[in-house]
Design a protein around this ligand. Sequence first.
Ligand code: ADP
Length: 556
Amino acid sequence: MTQKIFRSIMAAAGAVLIASLVIIMGGLYRYFSSVQEKQLEDELSLAVIAVEKIGQEYLEDLQSDQYRFTWVSENGDVRYDTQSDEESMENHGDREEIRQAFQSREGKSLRYSSTLLEKTLYCARRLEDGSVLRISVRSVTIWVLVLGMMQPILIVIAAALVLSGILAGRISEHIMEPLNSLDLEKPLDNDTYEELAPLLKRINKQHRQIEMQLRELQRKNDEFAQITRGMTEGLVLLNEKNIILNINPAALKLFHTKESCIGEDFLTVERSLNVNRGIQEAFSKGHSEISMEREGKEYQLHINRIESNGSLIGAVVLAFDRTEAAFAERNRREFTANVSHELKTPLQSIMGSAELMESGLVKPEDMAHFVKRIRTETERLVTLIDDIIRLSQLDEGGDMLFENIDVYEAASEVTAGLADMAAARNIKITLTGETVWVKGVRRLLTEILFNLCDNAVKYNKDGGTVEVSVNRQGTEAVISVKDSGIGIPPEHQARIFERFYRVDKSRSKESGGTGLGLSIVKHAAEYLDGKIDLHSSPGEGTAVQVTLKISSPQAI
Ligand code: ADP
């Protein structure tokens, strides 16, 4: 800007200087030309008077190098010339100034030399006798004058340019000083040129707009950070060059990295070919899904391409922990396979017996045995289907009716129901404790009590004992079922709550077990927000404790 002002001032000064020089030179030239013309006319007037009185002698006596006189007769012949021999001179009748003088007494003309370096001014006047006296003077043209004065002109131009340069420098600095010291952070606080006020106001307005937009951007950023920080899913934002723009804490944990990775290539964080291929696929195709395993957990990565105005600007990687879903899926698959197997076995047995009976191969005395087998297997099937239905109801987890239940009373109903079965094997069932109320689902509580007591009898030794107790401990109801049975080896204890898991399959089947009883107990206790503890020693017996929350005092 300073340079521009400097150059403008210099250009203006140069133009003014040249224009001034031209005008001055032109004015002076014209002035001196008119003075010269006047002098010429005066000289001619004097000469005319003298020639009319004295005649040619006057001209002959004239000693002037500056002026030239030519006396021309009426017919145009030169009578006398102060600088040339009149004999050798041609007829002057056609010269412009002479023609004018013949016609209107006075004549004047100006003629330039062929080189344009010299000009001759002519003045002519008609005398009384009809002849014409002409005076002429030679002088240089303006170009010669300019050339002659070139040196002083150049000196003046140089001096003027130097002076203009110094002044232009100072002026441009002076003009720029307030502009350079403008505080654009606070545009309205500046005390500067009035002309800048609209500009400063506009800057101030833009400042406010930018500030507002920045605040809005910051707010959105914070919002985004807050949302992503709270996400359990890992989230990574990448630009089109695979550089990490944003990464949330869940993703930091998943990829074992730190926040300082922002700005780095995602490859430096995650080297697995699978993940990086997925990203490239999303870049090119728009979407990709991949699975990966980390520390025993299964993750599903959804990668989506981000576009703006149709061109790629990055990708978003969302990582879901699907360990539980995968586990549930596996369980479901296993369960289906187990159910099919469990259903098939009794059905095959029923079919086998029925076929034998149909073929007439069964002796009449054995018929009862086969009918009994069909009945037993059918009962097993019904029990199995009942258990499966119960389990799937628990899996569905729909709303069930919660009511206040006397646990002691429920336990006494269950033990009474099992009394015959226990008596058949000389097993003694006892129930001790007190009335404790819980808020629960009656059917589920009965399931828990029945399955625990049923197992305690089933896996007991003949003549053994089953001790059932219901007690209140603080705010909890504790149900305990303790038997003196075969016990469960430690390595099986963690798995007996799994569906269809049996320690001794043949014993379980023999006693009508489905392998689903403890699964139902586990699910039912979970549904009632209860807790299960198991202690068992092989050969000594098993004790299972279920703890439930008691009802509020008003309900008791
Ligand atoms: P089942 O229908 O076979 O009894 P459960 O789910 O009720 O199925 O029990 C799973 C397995 O745990 C049983 O097959 C049995 O081996 C073992 N078990 C359960 N309760 C007892 C217990 N009180 N004493 C010894 N073993 C038990």
